[in-house]
Design a binder for this molecule. Structure first.
Ligand code: SAH
Ligand code: SF4
Length: 349
């Protein structure tokens, strides 16, 4: 598999072809992006044919379009059956790909469909960067209406907890920044609060953004939603975020999924604002996307604006984010494919 080989070692796969072939291949895999090796026009035809089955480390099982063509979701399938989901969102000034870092997730957050369905396995660096490469190759043949024709931003907000898969995620970041030439600042790693992972990422050389999924502003409530809070309570998560901010000079983002009657009170808003201002963090509020195995519901419109006003009044810097991909089960927290047991609408590419 081409993406399973580190980009610097591609030559070893090519036997006794001239050395510059590895550079050409690397260029196709990490810069130029094509859906099929037959389009790698500067490689000899026999080599293109030989590499054809090796290009993608997965097959495309389902591709769906939503939001009038500006959201695209893929369910990829690895040869061992693991499912990998990625969601592409087009805007006027950017195209953001939401990538998965694990098949499933072991963290068990109660309100998240991925957590509800459990852990399958870690994704490899190749499987992570191939999601970005595939989306780029796809955008070249099928651009989105009035959006850039390449992936400009990557967020690790698909399936999985990236910092519980640290070494592989770090290698995927290295390839995105140093080989694909993406701006580190346009990449965001989202974590539920894996403290050792936050510290390791703080020490890594790239200025990637960090988003921390808080959802509750005190330990008592947070432990009911996020089991990992028992291991890394809020004070420890905050200390690690401080370190991240100091080392990178990048403002942290706090993610907050609003759940009706659970974390949408004034009291939580005030406590959240205190945490955010102390950290100098920006708060991204998103209304919950309901999931099958949880009774949590989204907050109603009036309570939502009360919550936002309370945050603002308490001095927090906050934005209410619109949800994308709800019509194709591609919204935050709704990714949950396991095995082939899941009914999905299939659209053709
Ligand atoms: N494991 C990482 C990244 C993947 S989850 C993390 O938890 O941060 C990406 C984001 O989706 C997180 O902010 C997560 O809290 C949020 N999320 C999970 N379930 C959700 C739901 N049902 N509705 C809205 N957001 C949800
Ligand atoms: Fe895992 Fe993030 Fe879902 Fe929690 S919210 S179960 S950490 S994917």
């Amino acid at each position: 598999m081409l993406y399973e080989t580190p980009p610097e070692e591609l030559g070893a796969l090519l036997g006794d072809t001239p050395a510059y072939r590895a550079d050409q291949l690397r260029q196709w895999l990490y810069r130029d992006f094509v859906l099929e090796t037959t389009a790698m026009t500067n490689l000899p035809m026999p080599l293109r044919e030989q590499l054809a089955p090796e290009l993608w480390p997965f097959t495309v099982e389902v591709a769906q379009d939503g939001d009038a063509g500006r959201t695209r979701k893929w369910l990829f399938r690895a040869p061992d059956g693991a499912s990998i989901e990625a969601v592409l969102m087009g805007y006027d000034d950017r195209v953001t790909l939401c990538v998965s870092s694990q098949a499933g997730c072991a963290m068990g957050c109660t309100f998240c469909a991925t957590g509800q369905f459990g852990f399958e396995r870690h994704l490899t660096p190749g499987e992570i960067v191939a999601q970005v490469a595939y989306a780029n190759a796809h955008l070249k043949t099928r651009p989105m209406p009035s959006s850039p024709r390449r992936v400009t931003n990557v967020v690790f907000m698909g399936m999985g907890e990236p910092l519980a898969n640290y070494p592989r995620v770090e290698e995927s970041l290295r390839r995105m920044v140093e080989v694909m030439d993406m701006a580190a600042r346009s990449i965001t790693v989202s974590t539920v609060g894996v403290v050792p992972g936050i510290r390791r990422l703080a020490a890594a050389p790239w200025q990637v953004g960090l988003a921390v999924s808080l959802h509750a502003a005190d330990d008592e409530l947070r432990s009911t939603l996020v089991p990992l809070n028992d291991r890394y309570p809020l004070s420890e998560v905050m200390a690690a975020c401080h370190e991240y901010f100091e080392r990178k000079g990048r403002r942290i983002t706090i993610e907050w999924a609003l759940m009706k009657g659970t974390n949408d009170s004034r009291d939580q808003a005030v406590k959240l604002a205190a945490i955010a201002t102390e950290l100098g963090a920006h708060v991204n509020v998103i209304n919950l996307n309901p999931t099958p195995l949880s009774h949590e519901q989204p907050t109603e419109r009036a309570a939502l604006s009360t919550f936002m006003s309370a945050l603002e009044a308490a001095g927090a810097n906050a934005t209410l984010r619109a949800t994308r991909g709800q019509d194709i089960d591609g919204a935050c927290g709704q990714l949950r494919s396991r095995g082939s047991d899941r009914p999905l609408t299939i659209t053709t590419e």
